[in-house]
Design a protein. Structure first.
Length: 64
């Protein structure tokens, strides 16, 4: 593996991390806006997120 390929491979996790932080900041802004202007959609969205998280926990704990 040459140096250019190696540096690209090493920079991928940093890019993913910075993109994830930007995504989460944007997501929180969207949720705040949704809570202010579209309460029904906010509660539907929150219900779906909570349901998905609970299903994730059920799957994880059923494997143990």
């Amino acid at each position: 593996m040459d140096n250019q390929t190696k540096s690209k491979a090493l920079s991928i996790p940093r890019k993913i991390g910075s993109n994830m932080v930007a995504f989460l900041k944007n997501y929180v802004d969207v949720l705040k806006n949704m809570h202010e202007h579209h309460r029904l959609y906010f509660f539907i969205h929150a219900f779906m997120l909570i349901s998905a998280f609970l299903m994730f926990l059920v799957v994880i704990f059923s494997m143990i």
